[in-house]
Design a protein around this ligand. Structure first.
Ligand SMILES: Nc1ncnc2c1ncn2[C@@H]1O[C@H](COP(=O)(O)OP(=O)(O)O)[C@@H](O)[C@H]1O
Ligand SMILES: [Mg+2]
Length: 467
C-alpha cells in the first residue's frame, strides 16, 4: 500500500487457511468451522485488501444485528484500518478510502431488510456469521453483486455451524462436495446460473497465535456440552444444539411420491407472505389417519390475488378445506382482508389456530418415530420428497433460546407454520394407536434425490487453476 511516497505496511500475516480464503477464485466462498480460527480477521483483512487494491470499489459487510456488528467488525476495523488510507464515518458506518473505495458495515435484522438494497451495487459482499442469516437474505444480495468495473466480484462469508441458517448454509457449501475444492452446482429452477462455490474449513489449531496468547481458550471450548463443543471446537456441521425438531429423519419422514387414492380426504394450509415467502401445503389423510404432505408452493413476491390463483392452478383434486394464517383477517384500507381476497379468487379459507405452543407440541406428536412389531420404524406424518422447502427448512429450525417451548421465528419458518396449521386442524395423534398404513407397505423406498443433493461428479469439481 503506497500513499504519497510513503509505504504503509500491513502487519497482518495470514495463516494457511486464511491465505486460501484470500486467494480462492470461486464466486462464493465460505470460511467456516471452529470458533477462534481467524475467520472474522480474514474477512476484515480481505475487504481491506480489496478496497486498497481496486479504486472505487464498493464493498459491504454484514452481521445480523447492530449490536453484534458494532461490537465485533466495526470495533476491529477501527483498530485495524489505517487512518492515512481511509476515514470512518460513524453515522453512515462507512470507511471511505483515498482511492474512492468504500467499505460499508450493515446489519439485516428482518427478512424484508433486503429491500433497503434495491438498486444498490457491490463488487464484494461479505457475511460474518452467515448461519445467522436466512437464505432469502443471502440470495437476494447475490443479485446486488454487479458494477461497471472489470473486477472479479465475489461473495465471501465466515461462520460457525449452528444458528437459524445452519441447514441452508450446510447444503449450499458443505454438502456440495469436498472442502477446499471449487464446485459448480447444477442449475435449479430457482438458480439457473449458480456461481462456483468453495468451502474452507477453519480449524482452531490454524490459529497458533490465539492458542499461544490464551492457552486456556482450548480448555474452555473442550469443557462445553457435546453439541456446542462439536460445533465450536471441531466445526462439526452434522448436528447443532438447539435444533427444534431433532427427531426429524429423512429416511423415515420423507417418502417417494405416489398416486394418492381418490378416496383419501385432502386439505390445504397457507402461511401468508409477500416479501418473505408464502407457503401453501397440500395434505392427504389415509384410512389409518396417517397424514401426508404431498405438494407445496413456496414463492416470494406474490400478492394475495396471485397466491390464490397459484393455489387454484395447482389444485385439480377435491379439497375439503383450506386453513389460512390468522393474521389475514385484518381489513386493508379498502375494507378487504386477505382472507376475503382469497375467497374472491376461488380459495375459501378457515382461520388457523394461533396456539403456537400446542402447535409445536402437536408437530412433535405427528413426527414421533414409532416401531411396529417387525421393528420397522415409521411416523404418522410423511412428507413427499417433492416438498423441497418443507424438507429443507423443518430440520433447520432452532428453538427460541428465551422461550425454548417455541421455535426462533427469525428462522425460515414459513413451511413450518403451514405444517403447524395443518396438524392443528386434525386430532392429536396421541389419542389413537399409531398404525403403519397398509397403503404404505409398497412404498418403502426413500428418495435419495433430495433437493440440494448436488452431484459430486468429476464434472463439477474444478481445481482453482481451471478458472
Ligand atoms: N493471521 C492472524 N495473525 C494474528 N492474529 C490473528 C490472525 N488471525 C486471527 N487472529 C486473532 O485471533 C483471534 C480470533 O480470531 P477471529 O477472527 O475473531 O476468529 P473467528 O472469527 O474464527 O472466531 C482474534 O484476536 C484475532 O485478532
Ligand atoms: Mg468471528
Amino acid at each position: 500500500m503506497k500513499m504519497s511516497g510513503t509505504t504503509i505496511i500491513n502487519e497482518y500475516k495470514p495463516q494457511t487457511r486464511q491465505y486460501l480464503f484470500h486467494t480462492c477464485p470461486a464466486d462464493e466462498i465460505l470460511y467456516g468451522g471452529a470458533a477462534g480460527g481467524g475467520k472474522s480477521e480474514a474477512l476484515l483483512e480481505d475487504a481491506y485488501k480489496n478496497a486498497t487494491k481496486y479504486s472505487n470499489c464498493k464493498i459491504i459487510m454484514f452481521r445480523r444485528t447492530f449490536p453484534d456488528l458494532e461490537r465485533s467488525l466495526i470495533l476491529r476495523s477501527r483498530e485495524k484500518y489505517d487512518l492515512r488510507l481511509a476515514k470512518y464515518n460513524e453515522s453512515k458506518r462507512r470507511w471511505t478510502f483515498a482511492n474512492g473505495s468504500i467499505i460499508e458495515f450493515a446489519y439485516m435484522d428482518k427478512e424484508s431488510d433486503v429491500f433497503n438494497y434495491q438498486g444498490a451495487e457491490y463488487d464484494f459482499i461479505y457475511w460474518d456469521e452467515l448461519t445467522h442469516f436466512t437464505e432469502t437474505q443471502y440470495r437476494y444480495m447475490t443479485s446486488r453483486l454487479r458494477g461497471k468495473q472489470k473486477i472479479k466480484r465475489q461473495i465471501k462469508s465466515a461462520t460457525n455451524p449452528g444458528g437459524v441458517g445452519h441447514t441452508w448454509v450446510k447444503s449450499r457449501f458443505i454438502d456440495v462436495g469436498e472442502s477446499e475444492k471449487i464446485h459448480k452446482p447444477l442449475p435449479t429452477e430457482d438458480e439457473q446460473k449458480p456461481g462456483t462455490r468453495c468451502f474452507i474449513p477453519a480449524k482452531i489449531h490454524d490459529n497458533q497465535e490465539l492458542l499461544n496468547n490464551d492457552p486456556d481458550y482450548l480448555r474452555r471450548l473442550e469443557s462445553l456440552p457435546t453439541k456446542e463443543r462439536k460445533q465450536l471446537l471441531e466445526g462439526d456441521w452434522d448436528s447443532f444444539s438447539g435444533q427444534a425438531f431433532d427427531e426429524w429423519n429423512k429416511e423415515i419422514h420423507v417418502i417417494k411420491p405416489f398416486q394418492i387414492p381418490s378416496t383419501w380426504k385432502r386439505f390445504r394450509t397457507v402461511d401468508y407472505g409477500r416479501t418473505a415467502p408464502f407457503c401453501c401445503l397440500w395434505f392427504a389423510i389415509d384410512q389409518d389417519y396417517n397424514l401426508y404432505v404431498y405438494k407445496e408452493s413456496y414463492k416470494t413476491g406474490l400478492d394475495a390475488v396471485d397466491q390464490a390463483k397459484e393455489i387454484v392452478s395447482m389444485t385439480a383434486e377435491k379439497i375439503e378445506y383450506t386453513i389460512l394464517d390468522s393474521a389475514c383477517w385484518i381489513k386493508n384500507q379498502y375494507g378487504e382482508s386477505i382472507a376475503e381476497t382469497y375467497e374472491n379468487n376461488g380459495v375459501p379459507v378457515e382461520l388457523a389456530s394461533k396456539d403456537r405452543l400446542n402447535g409445536k407440541d402437536r408437530v412433535h406428536a405427528w413426527l414421533k418415530v414409532h416401531e411396529d412389531s417387525k421393528g420397522n420404524r415409521f411416523s404418522k406424518l410423511k412428507v413427499f420428497s417433492n416438498c423441497e422447502n418443507l424438507i429443507r427448512t423443518l430440520p433447520s429450525l432452532p428453538i427460541d433460546e428465551r422461550r425454548p417451548e417455541d421455535i426462533n421465528t427469525d428462522a425460515e419458518d414459513h413451511a413450518y407454520d403451514a405444517l403447524r396449521y395443518g396438524v392443528m386442524s386434525r386430532p392429536d395423534p396421541r389419542t389413537f394407536e399409531p398404525i403403519e398404513s397398509n397403503a404404505m407397505s409398497h412404498i418403502k423406498t426413500v428418495d435419495n434425490n433430495l433437493p440440494h443433493a448436488l452431484q459430486d461428479n468429476d464434472d463439477n469439481n474444478y481445481s482453482w487453476n481451471d478458472l
